[in-house]
Write a protein that binds this ligand. Structure first.
Ligand SMILES: NC(=O)c1ccc[n+]([C@@H]2O[C@H](COP(=O)([O-])OP(=O)(O)OC[C@H]3O[C@@H](n4cnc5c(N)ncnc54)[C@H](OP(=O)(O)O)[C@@H]3O)[C@@H](O)[C@H]2O)c1
Length: 238
C-alpha cells in the first residue's frame, strides 16, 4: 500500500471507530471549480469522474443511513445503494422540509434496506417504511438535529448527507456535520445551483476554516476532506 493509499484509507477510520451510541455525520458535495453542484436545469450527472463516484459509494458503504432532500429525488431519482464497492446498502432517508410530499422513485426499491421519510406535513408513498413528522424551525426550513435524534433512536448513528444544496447547507448552518467531503471536478459550469448557501457572515474572521486534507484522484478530481470539529470554527452539535 502506498503512502497515498494509507492516507486515503484513514478517511474511513472514524466510521469504523464510531461507537454504537455516537452519532457521526458526514456530508458530500460533488462540484465544479466554480462551486456548482448542478446546472440551472438541475442536471448533475455527472460533474465528477468515476473515482469520485466510487468514493461516494465507499462512503455509503460505511454509514448506517444515507439522507437526501426531496429536491434531489425529483432531479436525479438516485438509487442510493452501494454498487461500486463491497458493502451493505444503508437505510435510505428522504427529507421534505416544506411539506410538498415525498416523491416516489428508485430509492423505494424493495431490497431489504429501510426507507424512511421526514416531512413537514406532506404524504409519503406506501412503500416507505416510516413517515416521521418534522417541524419547521424559526430560522431554517427544518431542524437537522431533530432528524439526527430520530435516526439515532432507530439505531442509525453514522449518517451520510448526500445532497442537495438546501439540505447540506441546513445541516452545516445548524452545526450538525462532523465532516464535509467536497469533490471538486476541473470543470467550470458558470451558472446553476451552488453547493452551499449558508447564513451570511459579515467578516472573513467569522468564516469556517476546518482542518482539511486533500486527495487528487487519478482522473483529476480533488477531494477536500474537511474535519469540521477541528480547525478554527466554533460550535458543535447540540
Ligand atoms: N453534485 C452533487 O453532489 C449533488 C448531490 C445531490 C443533489 N444534487 C443536485 O442538487 C439539486 C437539488 O438540491 P436542492 O437544494 O434543490 O434540494 P434538496 O436539498 O435535495 O431538497 C430540499 C428542497 O427540495 C424541495 N422539495 C421538497 N419537496 C419537493 C417535491 N416534492 N418536489 C420538488 N421539490 C421539492 C424543497 O424546496 P422548495 O422550497 O422549492 O419547496 C426543499 O427545500 C438537484 O439539482 C440535484 O441534482 C447535486
Amino acid at each position: 500500500m502506498t503512502e497515498a493509499d494509507k492516507a486515503y484509507a484513514k478517511i474511513f477510520q472514524p466510521f469504523a471507530k464510531a461507537e454504537h451510541s455516537t452519532t457521526l455525520v458526514i456530508a458530500q458535495l460533488g462540484q465544479s471549480l466554480d462551486g456548482r453542484i448542478a446546472t440551472s436545469s438541475g442536471e448533475s450527472k455527472y460533474i465528477n469522474g468515476k473515482a469520485a463516484l466510487a468514493h461516494l459509494h465507499r462512503l455509503r458503504a460505511h454509514v448506517d443511513a444515507v439522507l437526501v432532500g426531496a429536491g434531489t429525488l425529483v432531479a436525479d431519482d438516485p438509487q442510493l445503494t452501494v454498487r461500486l464497492c463491497e458493502g451493505r446498502n444503508p437505510a435510505r432517508v428522504v427529507v421534505d422540509p416544506t411539506g410538498r410530499g415525498i416523491p416516489p422513485g428508485k430509492w423505494l426499491a424493495n431490497d431489504g434496506a429501510v426507507r424512511l421519510a421526514f416531512s413537514a406535513g406532506g404524504q409519503a408513498p406506501a412503500e416507505c417504511d416510516e413517515l416521521i413528522r418534522i417541524e419547521a424551525g424559526e430560522t431554517q426550513a427544518f431542524e437537522p438535529c431533530q432528524i439526527l435524534q430520530a435516526l439515532a433512536a432507530r439505531g442509525f448513528h453514522r449518517v451520510l448527507v448526500e445532497g442537495g444544496s438546501r439540505v447540506v447547507s441546513s445541516f452545516l448552518d445548524a452545526d450538525a456535520l462532523d465532516r464535509l467531503h467536497v469533490l471538486v471536478a476541473p470543470m467550470i459550469i458558470g451558472s446553476g445551483r451552488m453547493g452551499l448557501e449558508l447564513a451570511p457572515i459579515l467578516h472573513l474572521s467569522d468564516a469556517r476554516r476546518p482542518a482539511v486534507t486533500t486527495f487528487v484522484f487519478d482522473d483529476g478530481d480533488v477531494l477536500f476532506d474537511c474535519d469540521l470539529r477541528s480547525g478554527s470554527q466554533t460550535g458543535g452539535r447540540a
